[in-house]
Design a protein around this ligand. Sequence first.
Ligand code: TZP
Ligand code: MG
Length: 216
Amino acid sequence: MKPREFDLGVYLITDRACCGSRSVEDVVSAAIDSGVTLVQLRDKNVDARPMLELGRRLLLLLRPAGIGLIVNDRIDVAQVLDADGVHTGQQDIPYPEARRLLGPAKIIGVSVGSEAEAREAARWDVDYVGVGPVYPTATKPDAGAALGPDATARLARISGHRAVAIGGIDSANAAALYAAGIEGVATISAICSAPDPGAATRRLVRVMQEHRASRK
Ligand code: TZP
Ligand code: MG
C-alpha cells in the first residue's frame, strides 16, 4: 500500500471483548477474505506489549492482502509496528503533535462528534475524520447522543476531509450514510460480534458496492 492511500469503505475496528470466544485474528482473517477495506487495532484495556504482539499478528494477515492497519490511540505502538497510521480521539495526542511524531507518510484519522470539533479538524491536514456516533451504540457507552445520518454528513462536510461514520452501523442502516455522502462506514460489533463475521462483512461490502455502482 502506498503511503496515505487507503479505502474507508468498510472499516473494521477490532475489540477483543466483542469477538467473544473467537480470536481477533480469526475475525480479521474472515473480514479480509470478505472484502474489508481497512482495519483498526483498538484495545482500551491492554498494555503496550500485548497490543504490539497482536498488531504484529494482524500485519501478517493484512500486508499480503494490501489492507492497511491503523492503531487506535497509541502512536508509540503504531511507530514500533510501522503501521499505516493512527486514529486519535479528542482526549489523545493532538493532531499537530501526532503528525510531527509520525511524519507525512502515515495516515492520521481524528474523531469528530460536534461542530466545534469538525471546525478544528478543518484547520488540520488530517487524512480522514471519524464522525459519530451516528446511531445509538452499546459498544462505547460514553459516545454521546446519536447524531443521525444528516448531522453526521454535515459534520463531515464542515471538516472538509474524507469521512467515515461510526456508531451502531450495520448492513441495515449503512446505505443511508453512503447516500448522505459519507465515504465509509466503521464498525465494531456488526462484524466482531456477528455469529458469522465473514458473512457480516460481505453484507456491508455489498451495500458499499451497490452505492459505488449507483454513482458510476
Ligand atoms: N466511537 C464512536 S461510537 C464507537 C466508537 C469507537 C463504537 C462503535 O462500535 P459499534 O459496535 O460499531 O457501534
Ligand atoms: Mg482514542
